[in-house]
Each structure stands twice: as C-alpha cells, then as structure tokens.
Design a protein around this ligand. Structure first.
Ligand SMILES: *[C@@H]1O[C@H](CO)[C@@H](O)[C@H](O)[C@H]1NC(C)=O
Ligand SMILES: *[C@@H]1O[C@H](CO)[C@@H](O)[C@H](O)[C@H]1NC(C)=O
Ligand SMILES: *[C@@H]1O[C@H](CO)[C@@H](O)[C@H](O)[C@H]1NC(C)=O
Ligand SMILES: *[C@@H]1O[C@H](CO)[C@@H](O)[C@H](O)[C@H]1NC(C)=O
Ligand SMILES: *[C@@H]1O[C@H](CO)[C@@H](O)[C@H](O)[C@H]1NC(C)=O
Ligand SMILES: *[C@@H]1O[C@H](CO)[C@@H](O)[C@H](O)[C@H]1NC(C)=O
Length: 380
C-alpha cells in the first residue's frame, strides 16, 4: 500500500502523458507545469516622479530671503515701492498672529491730486523679489487673501533681469475687482501657446513674444469666478500651484475647500490632479529655451499700464489719479500669504518583477496531490 502511493506520486506525470483521454488531468499536471517552467520573471524599468520639498517661505521667516524693490514702477503705476525698513516700520509688511505674511498698499495716508499727477509723492506699496533663482519646480502658494479693488493691479509672478530672454511667468494677475485670474507668459520670439491644449481656461493671444502686441504675451483666463478678487477672498483664498518642467508650465487654482489631499499631506502629485487652468506646452514653446533662472515676485501697483488704461471701462469712480489720493480706497489691496513651498522634481529609476500570467493555482494543486500521496503512504 505504501509502495502504491509512493509509486503514484512518482508516476502521475507519466500516467497523465500516457493516457491522452485524461486531458483535464494532464492539463492540470503537465501542460501547466511546462508553462510554469517557461515563465521568465522580467525586470521592468519604470520612472517614478516624486516632488521633494526644496524650500519654504513661511511664518516668521517668510520675508528673510527677499529683496525689497525700491525703483519706480516699471509699469508706470502710481506707487512708491518702499525698502524693507520702511515697509516694516510703517506697517506695510508684517507677520500676523496666525503666521501669515502680509503686504499692504498704504491705506491710511491721503495725498493731494497735485502730488499724484506730478508724481512727486505716490502711494507707498511693497514689491519683493526672491533672492533665490529657480529652474524648474513645483511652486505651491497658499494664499489667504489677494489684493483687489478699483485701481489695483496685483501680481504674483516670476522673471529675471534678462527680460524677456529668460521669460516671464505670471501666475496670479488681474486688475480692479475682476473675478477671474489671468495666467500669462512673456518671452522671446518663437514661443506659442498651443490651443486647444491640456488646460481648462480660456486662451487669449497665443503669441508669447513680448516684443509685439504691446507686450500682451500669451494668456489664459481661469473659468472660475472665484480665482481672483472679492469672491476669492471671501472663500478664504486657496492654493495656486505652478509646475514647471521641460514638458510644460502648468497652473492650477484650488479653492481652500477643494485642496487635493496629497498637497495637504505634503506629498504633492500633480499627475493626479485635474486638468490645469493654464498650460504652456513644449509642443508650441520649447520650455527650456525660453525660461531660466526665475526669481519670484509679489507686488501691488496702482493704475499704470493695465489698471490705469482700463480704469474708465470698469465702472470705478472718477479718475484713477483721484482714487489714489484717498488711502481708504485701498483697504482691500492686501496680500496675506500662508506659505510658499517649492518642490523639486526627482525621477527615481526603479524596477519591478513582471511574471506575466498568474499560474498560482497550479503549484498549489500539485503540492496538494503530492502531500496527499505522502500523507497516505505514511499513514498506511
Ligand atoms: C527613465 O528615464 C531615463 C532617463 O533618466 C530614460 O533613459 C528611460 O528611457 C526612462 N525609462 C522609462 C521606462 O520611461
Ligand atoms: C483722508 O481723507 C478722508 C476723506 O477725505 C478723511 O476722512 C480722513 O480723515 C483723511 N485721513 C487723514 C489721515 O488725513
Ligand atoms: C532644487 O532646484 C533648485 C533649482 O531650481 C536648486 O537650486 C536646488 O539646489 C534644488 N534643491 C534641492 C534640495 O534639490
Ligand atoms: C477680467 O479680466 C479678463 C482678462 O484679464 C478680461 O478679458 C475681462 O474683460 C475682465 N473683465 C472685466 C469685467 O473687467
Ligand atoms: C495633451 O496631452 C496629450 C496626452 O498626454 C499629449 O499627447 C499632447 O501632446 C498634449 N497636448 C499638448 C498641446 O501639450
Ligand atoms: C473691500 O472689500 C469688501 C468686500 O468685498 C467690499 O465690501 C468693500 O467695498 C471693499 N472696499 C473697497 C474700498 O474696495
């Protein structure tokens, strides 16, 4: 009896081969055995993209790594940008109790119309340039409040001294109390916004060349009517994300109540987010030829080339110069920033073992059969 089961254990593959009618049995024991032997575990390469925190501007140290720009406004606004000491002394710049970095336009001093029109005294405001320069990255700005109101022209953007050769990226920008943000790019000739593209906003001009169209650049207006202005602030602002790599420069806006959890957890994964509001693709603009060494800039100017020339068309009172004389007109011209976090893209070359189709049930069956034979032979 013992011998019988031991014999059965060794000869069952032979039986299976010898009796072709026992197809099912043979299939189970033999054909799949050969299949199992032919499986080559393959090492497959994959590139995993990780965004790793590289730098943070936040809380009490927010203002440490910035230069305060003090030249007259290059866009002809009716502001006087003040230096760091003046900004902190006069309360234009400070950290709030909640740890937010605030930047104000002076909303308490009155000027005379003569001072404004002659530009002998203009309204104090703040413009800061990051000391660090960036090439590529994921820039997450958590903003609680952005400036708006008649005459205001705020911007969160990036460029450098070699403009427009090294490019300009406008991430948050608009004028007055417009409710939709406009993203724009200004470059050397030869860079075009591809439309339709992988973005949800509404494209304007598609020529990014700063030397034509009065430097309109190529722009995309967010469809959300809470991406700028009063509604943006009422909803507590949100997160503006800008992703810049060789493939594209993309901008997303997330309401505070709809910030993706991967951002909240500190492990942002743009690949998992919805379509960006704006995207400049390398299809029409080889990104690395047009954008380099960007410094980040926050500013709020008044009137000037955009807010001044559009002033009479948006239902604001009087003239922009008259508006600038009264401090109280600028109570809403305030940046209030929770943080600006910059992440670097890290591509990890990794691999996994690919075993093809799963035949896992077969070894279980033969093992079971062999175990039964061994068990029975031992028992008897
Ligand atoms: C991964 O990236 C390397 C360059 O770092 C590239 O040569 C390779 O083709 C990529 N592999 C895959 C599977 O995308
Ligand atoms: C500025 O002007 C407003 C309105 O004309 C006036 O109410 C206010 O007191 C003035 N502020 C100062 C500091 O003079
Ligand atoms: C992140 O990238 C910037 C260039 O944009 C570079 O200067 C910096 O060293 C990088 N930081 C880290 C932590 O890799
Ligand atoms: C708001 O801004 C967009 C683009 O910046 C512009 O096309 C639109 O006319 C503006 N709307 C108003 C009411 O000013
Ligand atoms: C949009 O995305 C698709 C799929 O990733 C890509 O093939 C296409 O080139 C993209 N279009 C543009 C303008 O970048
Ligand atoms: C400031 O914003 C609030 C809320 O949107 C608005 O009611 C008020 O009129 C604004 N004030 C000025 C001077 O723009």
């Amino acid at each position: 009896m013992i011998l019988f089961f031991q014999l059965l254990l060794w000869i069952h593959p032979v039986i299976a081969f010898t009796f072709p009618t026992w197809d099912g049995f043979r299939d189970l024991l033999v054909r799949k055995t050969s299949e199992l032997r032919s499986i080559h575990l393959q090492k497959r390469a994959v590139n995993k993209t990780l965004w790793v925190r590289a730098y943070t501007y936040e809380g009490s140290t927010f203002f440490d790594e910035w230069d305060f720009f003090t030249y007259s406004d290059p866009t002809n606004g009716l502001v006087q940008y003040v230096d760091r000491d003046t900004a902190f002394r006069d309360g234009l710049t400070y950290i709030t109790e909640e740890g937010r970095a605030n930047m104000h336009v002076d909303s308490w001093t009155n000027l005379t119309l003569e001072q404004v029109t002659s530009r002998s005294k203009l309204r104090p405001s703040v413009r800061i340039h990051s000391k660090r320069r960036y090439n590529h990255g994921l820039f997450l700005l958590d903003v609680a409040q952005a400036p708006h109101g008649c005459g205001s022209w705020p911007a969160y953007w990036s460029t450098n001294e070699n403009w427009p050769v090294d490019g300009e990226i406008d991430i948050i920008e608009n004028v007055h109390s417009n409710r939709s943000n406009q993203v724009a790019f200004h470059t050397n000739p030869g860079c075009f916004l591809t439309t339709p593209g992988n973005f949800s906003g509404i494209a304007g001009s598609t020529t990014c060349d700063a030397s034509i169209n009065f430097n309109t650049g190529c722009g995309i207006v967010d469809q959300s009517i809470a991406s700028f202005g009063p509604t943006f602030n009422e909803k507590g602002g949100g997160i503006y994300a800008m992703k810049w790599d060789s493939d594209s420069i993309d901008v997303w806006f997330f309401y505070r109540s709809a910030i993706p959890t991967d951002i909240l957890e500190g492990l942002p994964n743009p690949g998992s987010w919805r379509l960006p509001s704006a995207s400049l693709s390398s299809v029409g603009c080889p990104i690395d030829n047009y954008f380099r060494n960007q410094m980040i800039i926050f500013d709020t100017t008044l009137c000037g080339d955009w807010a001044g020339t559009s002033y009479s068309r948006v239902g604001c009172p009087g003239t922009c110069e008259e508006l600038v004389t009264k401090g109280a007109n600028f109570v809403n011209a305030t940046w209030s920033i929770n943080s600006l976090k910059i992440y670097n893209k890290t591509v990890i070359n990794t691999w996994y073992l690919d075993g093809g189709a799963s035949d896992i049930q077969f070894p279980v069956l033969t093992t079971l059969f062999a175990a039964i034979c061994i068990f029975l032979s031992a028992l008897l």
